[in-house]
Design a protein around this ligand. Structure first.
Ligand code: EPU
Length: 430
């Protein structure tokens, strides 16, 4: 078993370069299924979720060529297999994008129900509602989402999402680009990766209007052609390092970001006494004084992102005074709180609300990364804590953060990956 070993208490200084956005990449790569010809996709993050989705495409018959560390060419002209392998699909949430892409391209899809982080119920009824509005028959049986269009080609539809859903917005967009006629998505999500997917598809010949607003209109086209596209920088990866500087202190230039995408995170950090300077494609984050308490409520973009909730909680654990954190997106995103308590944090959770009473210092402890963002939060707490923290369950973190250890070590953190014999791991898990 591998773990992260962190000797805390060292301020961070230097610069970190942000990779491509995970939640854009895992939708844009399946979108290549809709394209006749070669898609060159640049700024792909090196994370295990991306490796999995590329592997799935390869199993379906896509021709994938690595151009360099962050660029691949994908050619889906000769897809021969439309059965998505269960063992791969169940490991990743984004496998549901294969339903929209396969249905749009071939009028038929059978995809195992997706996996991903356990954040409470993760229904897909809004995705299904969208496909049905375009004329598909959709059935969930034997662990599979089975979708079929009787005439072979979807027809434009109109769908009002009952809640703002990133996944449903992107999936319906994928299904609609080759449909016959206009599809309208109302109450659509507005996250930067929604706009990125629309820009990717438009650059290949799709006709999508309004991405980034709550009404998206997609006029179906006959065919998408190949081209080249570069994925946007990862808003949440950048926010995670901003939170790390806020917690551990120091002065770090975070490069290759779109500062506008970070506004919702910057605003809260500034309220907490962190200095954030916006540059063209970078932010400089500094913190030397005390951390002020604040309240945070997560909401769909442009609200404060739920995917930054555990990381901001790590910072608030060290604030002067009591903060209230409200989760506005997921039913259950506080499973990590017990791990923080092991480090001396004072947190009470009642449903979707966590009350965090700041403490002067956290103390290092063995902790578990129970999901991707909770894992990042454990690392942040470890960087700020006195003593040694060991984080296990790091495969969750490696699903979404490229070279986390290298990037943090590059700004002076004392963090390394260690391997412990499985026997030790078992007795600790006992
Ligand atoms: N929802 C439904 N029905 C649906 C779809 C969603 O009830 O058909 C509910 C969900 O239960 C949730 C809310 O709507 O309460 C929002 O869910 P959404 O569909 O937006 O989430 P998602 O698409 O499954 C993506 C990200 C998550 C991120 C959320 C919210 C990917 C692969 N995942 O999930 O990212 O938390 O949007 O921004 O893009 C992460 O990266 O750590 C992560 C969990």
């Amino acid at each position: 078993m591998t773990k992260y070993h962190i000797q805390g208490g060292k301020p961070l200084r230097g610069s970190i370069t942000i990779s491509g956005a995970k939640n854009a990449a895992v939708a844009i790569i399946p979108a290549a299924l809709l394209v006749d010809g070669v898609c060159r996709i640049e700024n792909i993050p090196q994370i295990s979720d991306v490796t999995l989705i590329l592997q799935i495409l390869q199993e379906l018959g896509a021709d994938i060529r690595t151009v360099n560390r962050t660029t691949v060419d994908i050619d889906c002209s000769h897809i021969r297999n439309r059965q998505v392998p269960y063992e791969l699909a169940r490991k990743i949430r984004a496998s549901y994008y294969l339903v929209g892409a396969l249905l749009g391209r071939f009028g038929w899809a059978e995809v195992p129900l997706p996996g991903g982080c356990d954040l409470g119920g993760r229904p897909i009824d809004q995705h299904v509602k969208g496909f049905v509005s375009m004329g598909a028959d959709v059935d969930v049986r034997s662990g599979l989402i089975c979708a079929k269009v009787p005439g072979g080609r979807l027809a434009g539809g109109q769908v009002y999402l009952d809640m703002v859903s990133v996944g449903a917005t992107m999936n319906i967009m994928l299904a609609a680009v080759l449909a016959d006629g206009m599809t309208i998505i109302e109450n659509a999500a507005k996250e930067p990766h929604i706009v990125d997917l629309a820009n990717f598809l438009n650059s290949m010949g799709a006709n999508i209007m309004g991405a980034g607003t709550d009404v998206i209109k997609i006029r179906g086209v006959k065919q998408l052609r190949g081209g080249a596209y570069s994925i946007i920088p990862d808003q949440i990866e950048a926010g995670t390092y901003m939170a790390a500087v806020a917690a551990a202190g120091g002065d770090v230039l975070i490069q290759n970001v779109i500062p506008k995408h970070l506004d919702c995170i910057t605003a809260k950090l500034v309220e907490m006494g962190v200095e954030v300077e916006e540059l063209d494609d970078a932010v400089r984050v500094r913190r030397s004084g005390p951390i002020s308490r604040t309240n945070v409520k997560t909401m769909p973009y442009p609200g404060f992102p739920t995917d930054m909730q555990p990381q901001i909680a790590a910072v608030l654990c060290l604030a002067n005074g009591t903060s209230v954190l409200t989760e506005g997106v997921w039913d259950s995103r506080y499973r990590y709180v017990d791990e923080f308590r092991r480090m001396g944090a004072h947190i009470q959770v009642d449903g979707k609300v966590a009350v965090i009473e700041g403490v002067p210092a956290l103390t290092g402890a063995p902790v578990h990364a129970c999901d991707l963002r909770a894992g990042a939060a454990m690392v942040i707490a470890g960087l700020a804590a006195q003593g040694v923290t060991e984080v296990d369950g790091i495969y969750h973190i490696e699903r979404g953060y490229e070279n986390l250890v290298g990037k943090l070590a590059g700004v002076g953190a004392d963090i390394r990956t260690i391997t412990v014999p499985d026997e030790d791991a078992k007795s600790q898990a006992g």
